[in-house]
Design a binder for this molecule. Structure first.
Ligand SMILES: Nc1nc2c(ncn2[C@@H]2O[C@H](COP(=O)(O)OP(=O)(O)OP(=O)(O)O)[C@@H](O)[C@H]2O)c(=O)[nH]1
Ligand SMILES: [Mg+2]
Length: 561
């Protein structure tokens, strides 16, 4: 029998050591990943990563001198029998009634104290904990000191609670010994629902074909081959596969040796957690992918956004008002003094938009920053153009990102949409439109107009006085002559003509300067509006892209074994 039972088909793997510090660094990387994607990716996708980080933190803080090994398998496969045979005591009842084991039993080799915290965390009730410490065979058992063996309920149970308990424990233990028997070793449940799920935990997986004594000796290798083939299909190539017989101590040698080695290495806990991190990283991989994130939204999309923002903010209406206001103010400053007063009565086009009026007429600057302008509200078309431009920015920024991210980028781009109208309005109100200072040439032309008007008035007065003296029969004034024309007439007509001439010459200059003022205001407004776009649309997008880059780097670190 002993040549069959305990036969090791594969050398026990696991010579690849896991460095505790490296594992802690990988877990930190997973933590960094979770921080980076917090609020950006669906929480449901992140549950396994959170679970692993939390579990690993706790497991590493608990005894690393102990190795928790679970015997798992279908009902009747002989878990409790193997448990008792290894403990060499009848600790867990073995029965013909199925399922027999309803609660997990634990046997600790060595003193119980160090293991108690671990068993509290794992959730094995104190009354189901046993200690394998006997003065008689203490030396024999030394090799297993540090082993905590668990006898689990069956996972294919009619009792749902058994399955839940098994699933819970399989997430916590350091190593699993899967127990199958010759009748049910090919059952789909164990392969599809369990073994396949454990393919990233190959290093802490052992499979035993128990009840090998029930097979004719010649059959055992054939069944083991068949089982090995199934394990390969499960992705468990290379895991140790042993034949055991619980009712014969010789049939336990292979399993016992394997456990002794596991305990001596003190690696199972680290390997299990490393396997957990592998699983989590593989699950997250498609959320993050390997795309190099863009530094920010591309230029074309940003230009489109700025155009749409300018439209929605009413920049064209304001710049048009600037042009008209320039003409208006220049007219007031340089026009013919006789009509200036009448011009002054007409409202200033910028004032009408509640934007800074002519110098001296300006509202309190602090007030103008807060007060809304009367720039027309954006039209439906402008609003939808802005929506499209924001969408385009998000789309372009997320082009290379994996499917989970474009949604987050779009949400970020739109996150401050509600604040945008006020921000734009405040910006327009606070922008220096460049009309505050009166150009020098206005003063010069204005002075000239006064001068020629004064000349005309003097000429007129002189003529009126001459007529009056003549009418009263008083001696007439001696009018100096300019050529053939008396000076008062020259002054009157010359003054009037010069005024008209100056006005005519000034008009095209004012038009040209008004267009320049408009272009300057347009430049300033567009730049300020672009700043708002940067703050309210692009910055949140860049933040998400930054988070993506951090998540990607963190996951790469977490993947590094
Ligand atoms: N011949 C033989 N019988 C075994 C062997 N192992 C277990 N048995 C018998 O198989 C039956 C079931 O064994 P258990 O140890 O109770 O099986 P279990 O996996 O704990 O079953 P549950 O607790 O119901 O999940 C018992 O009658 C055992 O005596 C073995 O290696 N050889
Ligand atoms: Mg049992």
């Amino acid at each position: 029998m002993s040549n069959i039972a305990g036969r090791v088909r594969e050398v026990f793997r696991g010579d690849q050591r896991v460095d505790a510090d490296a594992l802690i660094a990988r877990l930190d990387a997973v933590r960094r990943f979770l921080t980076a994607v917090d609020g950006l990716l669906p929480d449901s996708d992140l549950v396994p990563a959170h679970t692993v980080v939390e579990r690993a933190g706790t497991r590493l803080a608990l005894s690393r001198d102990h190795t928790v090994v679970a015997l798992a398998g279908a009902t009747g496969s002989g878990k409790s029998s193997l448990f008792n045979a290894l403990a060499q005591l009848e600790l867990s009842p073995v029965g013909v009634r199925r399922p027999t084991t309803g609660v997990t039993h634990a046997c600790v080799w060595g003193p119980l104290e160090g293991a108690n915290h671990l068993l509290d965390w794992i959730g094995v009730l104190p009354r189901h904990r046993f200690v394998r410490e006997s003065a008689l065979d203490a030396d024999d058992e030394t090799a297993l000191h540090g082993l905590i063996l668990l006898d689990l309920p069956d996972f294919d149970s009619v009792q749902r609670s058994h399955r839940l308990e098994v699933d819970r424990l399989l997430g916590l233990v350091d190593q699993v010994v899967w127990v199958v028997d010759p009748q049910k070793y090919a059952d789909r449940v164990i392969h599809d629902s369990y073994l396949r799920e454990f393919h990233r935990h190959r290093e802490v997986t052992v499979v035993v074909l128990n009840q090998a004594d029930r097979l004719p000796p010649a059959e055992v290798p054939r069944v083991l081959d068949d089982l090995r083939r199934l394990l390969d299909t499960d992705g468990l190539t290379g895991v140790p596969l042993l034949a055991t017989t619980a009712i014969d101590p010789a049939g336990m040698v292979g399993l016992r040796n394997a456990l002794e080695r596991t305990v001596a290495e003190r690696q199972a806990a680290l390997r299990r957690l490393a396997g957990d991190v592998d699983t989590v990283v593989a699950g997250l991989d498609e959320l993050v992918g390997s795309a190099r994130p863009a530094d920010g939204p591309d230029d074309t999309a940003v230009k489109g956004l700025n155009r749409a923002l300018a439209g929605a903010a009413g920049v064209p209406a304001v710049t048009e008002a600037v042009e008209r206001a320039y003409r208006h103010r220049a007219g007031v400053a340089t026009g013919w003094p006789v009509v200036r007063g009448w011009r002054r009565l007409r409202p200033d086009p910028l004032r009408r938009l509640h934007l800074p009026g002519p110098t001296g007429d300006q509202a309190d600057p602090a007030e103008s920053l807060i007060a809304a302008t009367s720039v027309p509200d954006p039209t439906a078309a402008q609003r939808s153009a802005l929506g499209l431009a924001i969408r385009a920015v998000a789309d372009r920024a997320a082009t290379d990102l994996p499917a989970a991210w474009p949604g987050a980028v779009t949400a970020a781009a739109r996150s401050r949409l509600g604040d945008l109208p006020d921000a734009l309005d405040r910006t327009i109100a606070g922008t220096d439109l460049g009309l505050d200072r009166r150009p020098l040439w206005w003063r010069f032309v204005g002075g000239l107009q006064w001068l020629v008007t004064l000349a005309a008035v003097v000429g007129l007065g002189w003529l009126v006085l001459g007529y009056a003296l003549r009418a009263l029969g008083l001696p007439a004034l001696d009018n100096p002559m300019v050529g053939q024309v008396p000076l008062p007439t020259v002054l009157l007509l010359g003054g009037l003509l010069a005024g008209l001439l100056v006005a005519a010459l000034t008009r095209p200059v004012v038009r040209w300067a008004a267009r320049r003022a408009r272009a300057r205001a347009d430049q300033r407004l567009t730049a300020r509006v672009a700043q708002v776009g940067d703050e309210y649309v692009l910055a949140p997008v860049r933040l998400v892209l930054g988070s993506y880059a951090q998540a990607r780097d963190a996951l790469r670190d977490a993947a590094r074994r």
